[in-house]
Design a protein around this ligand. Structure first.
Ligand code: WTA
Length: 656
């Protein structure tokens, strides 16, 4: 049961789509008529069947041994989905499509320099097998964690699938993270294998990725048994390879044509680990199990994003983060669709690059972030308007709240005025979409993510765990398990329990870390994180992680980091009395962040201030700093120990 709608039931009207808030926008009839999910009875079915309803999702996959049990919840909050089932994720994303569509394109890749490469499912099968054989030959065994440190090139998807094929969990580290961040993740995941590349292009320049990887190897506590290096840059960059380093193409060539039997994995076996920021300084290793994750991802790709095999689908997120894992690789490939993979940035060589790619590929479903949409808006409607985007059937967003204005712009200029927009809420930990309006069933409300999906027991509650009234802010929690959920943390059971779960009278409750409100129709509005996580530029950071890096710069005494409306990172910094807060220090701070986290963490603004605003108990008032950065009104500051600094900070921000 959930609290969305009176008495935990969906309000009358919801089921037949007659939700009537004046903010509701009905999906076009033509879309509804052929949507994958068009029967509102799905909500009722999940409500009556309980966890067993998720068998639908498992049925979308091929199983080596089909599961008899759907959920083992005997030891909460350690839940096991499809525990007696066995399957292989790579076989599900590749092999099973060979009969029907081996010559269909699986991946269409577009490189930064205008290069193109396409892989049919047959090509994908061949290369995944060759790499899997090569990895085995290099010593990788079932259960060994392989770390992937690659930009958006097809070898990244292929490497994930090759790992999955031999039962070696992958640990993808976003290519823009630093050597230090890579070293930490290699050690934390006990990973002795690395797949990286010589480098990649950043706009015009060839950037050396291998030297970052080398640097990480020097820093790490453990050591690497083997490294595979993709030659992305050809003659533009030559990197010397050591004895235990192997060129990707040579390895794949040596094993070309070999077939590696996919290893049947227990559904509960680890498919991958993904490090992400949590409520404390160090990133946590979120572990995803094979069966539940893949089932939930496949089900939502079909039912929420409405993707089918004959679509050309593009998820613009980087594979280095969860959205790229679930909806750039596993979702589309498990369904046998054609997916676009784009290495470059949206404004290179010109600001119409995204629209050009949609037109060129006749993309029918496009999934991106509000951050990207804000940039598109800033650049202007003339860019999308100059392209034929009529292939678009559905648009999606993820990562932060989208404003109704941006929602409308997206629909008008990209969606031809009437494409449904699904605003999807989920997290690294949920593995797959958990809240979204099912586009063929219910009306959308711009700015609201919508109701929880069928089978997701989301509740917005107060401090005591009681459901809040419509419109009242509360904490977004999930009251019972779902298949895509993390199976645990690399840091151990205790940490997992402490980080995410509370035991309530009626069972265990997962804490999302997000604040939210819910309206009379059961539609949820996400208010943002209530913990120390910030989402900026489609990346997720922990403020403590960034702040401790800043404090590492010589002369800095304290720091507080917030995100602003434009997805910028703003750092408020105090310095030692004898230090000049000047450009040199600014540069040093940016350098510290780049070194410890990665270039993605370079601050957009550094605001020097004599003090940080603190409560009487000494806690930094980050909310207030966020409001100031955003130029928003803020409330009463009399509860501060040092209210007088607020004016100084405001003028420092204004004089930026
Ligand atoms: C935020 C990304 C508003 C939220 C898939 C969540 C959103 C965090 C939405 C997870 C949305 C995600 N509307 N906020 N539609 N989707 N978020 O782990 O704060 O990188 O907790 O996963 O992003 O970020 P993560």
């Amino acid at each position: 049961m959930n609290n969305l709608g009176a008495d935990g039931r969906w309000p009358d009207g919801f089921a037949d789509g007659s939700v009537d808030g004046d903010d509701a926008v009905a999906p076009p009839t033509a879309f509804r008529d052929r949507a994958v999910a068009s029967d509102a009875g799905i909500y009722e079915a999940f409500a009556t069947e309980g966890p067993d309803a998720w068998r639908r999702a498992a049925d979308l996959l091929d199983w080596e041994r089909p599961p008899e049990t759907v959920l083992d919840d005997g030891d909460p909050p350690f839940y096991e989905w499809f525990p007696d089932g066995r399957l292989n994720a790579s076989a599900n994303c590749v092999d099973r499509h060979l009969d029907d569509r081996r010559n269909q394109l699986a991946i269409r890749w577009f490189g930064k320099r205008g290069e193109r490469r396409s892989y049919t499912y047959l090509d994908l099968h061949r290369e995944v097998n060759a790499l899997a054989a090569g990895l085995r030959e290099r010593g990788v065994e079932e259960g060994d964690v392989v770390t992937l440190y690659l930009p958006m090139i097809p070898e990244l998807s292929i490497a994930m699938l090759a790992c999955a094929r031999i039962g070696a969990p992958h640990n993808v580290v976003f290519a823009g993270l630093s050597a230090e961040a890579l070293a930490t993740r290699l050690d934390a995941a006990d990973s002795a294998y690395l797949i990286t590349c010589d480098g990649y292009y950043r706009r015009e320049d060839a950037f050396n990725q291998k030297s970052k990887a080398d640097n990480a190897r020097l820093r790490m506590d453990g050591d690497l048994d083997a490294t595979v290096v993709v030659d992305r840059l050809g003659d533009a960059l030559d990197v010397p390879l050591g004895d235990d380093e192997h060129e990707y193409a040579a390895l794949v060539d040596a094993h070309d044509g070999e077939v590696v039997e996919p290893v049947a994995r227990d559904a509960t076996d680890l498919l991958f680990v993904m490090y992400t920021s949590g409520t404390t300084g160090r990133p946590k290793g979120v572990e995803h199990a094979t069966g539940g994750y893949l089932a939930h991802v496949a089900w939502t790709t079909r039912n929420v994003l409405d993707v089918r095999p004959d679509d050309t689908y593009w998820c613009a997120a980087d594979i280095g983060w969860i959205t790229g894992h679930s909806y750039g690789v596993y979702g589309p490939l498990s369904l046998g669709t054609t997916t676009v993979l784009y290495e470059g940035s949206p404004d290179y060589p010109d600001r119409d690059r995204v629209w050009d790619l949609i037109e060129r590929n006749a993309v029918s479903v496009f999934y991106t972030s509000p951050t990207a949409i804000r940039s598109f808006m800033k650049w202007g409607a003339e860019y999308p308007d100059a392209h034929d985007l009529s292939s678009i059937r559905l648009l999606g967003t993820v990562g932060e709240s989208i404003t109704p204005k941006a929602w409308r712009w997206y629909r008008e200029h990209v969606g031809g005025g009437d494409a449904p927009i699904v605003d999807t809420w989920w997290q690294t930990e949920t593995g797959a979409i958990a809240l979204a309006t099912l586009p063929g069933i219910a009306p959308m409300k711009p700015g609201k993510v919508g109701p929880p999906l069928p089978g997701i027991d989301a509740r917005v509650v107060d401090e005591d765990g009681e459901p809040v009234a419509p419109g009242e802010p509360g904490y977004l929690t999930i009251g019972s398990p779902w298949p895509g959920m993390l199976r645990g943390l690399r840091e151990g059971d205790e940490r997992y329990r402490r980080e995410y779960w509370v035991e309530a009278d009626d069972g265990w409750r997962y804490r999302t870390g997000d604040g939210a409100t819910v309206d009379e129709d059961g539609y949820v509005t996400i208010l943002g994180r209530v913990d120390d996580v910030i989402n900026v530029r489609a990346h997720r950071f922990n403020t403590a992680e960034l702040e401790s890096a800043i404090v590492g710069a010589d002369g800095v005494t304290e720091a507080a980091v917030v995100g602003d409306d434009d997805g910028q990172i703003v750092a408020y910094v105090t310095t030692r009395g004898d230090v000049d807060p000047d450009g040199t220090l600014r540069a040093a701070i940016a350098e510290r962040l780049a070194e410890s986290v990665g270039d993605v963490a370079r601050p957009d603004r550094v605001v020097f201030t004599p003090e940080l605003p603190k409560t009487r108990s000494g806690k930094i008032m980050r909310r207030l700093l966020e409001d100031i950065a955003r130029g928003e009104e803020f409330g009463d500051v009399s509860a501060l120990r040092n209210p007088e600094v607020v004016g100084e900070i405001e003028s420092a921000v204004r004089s930026e």
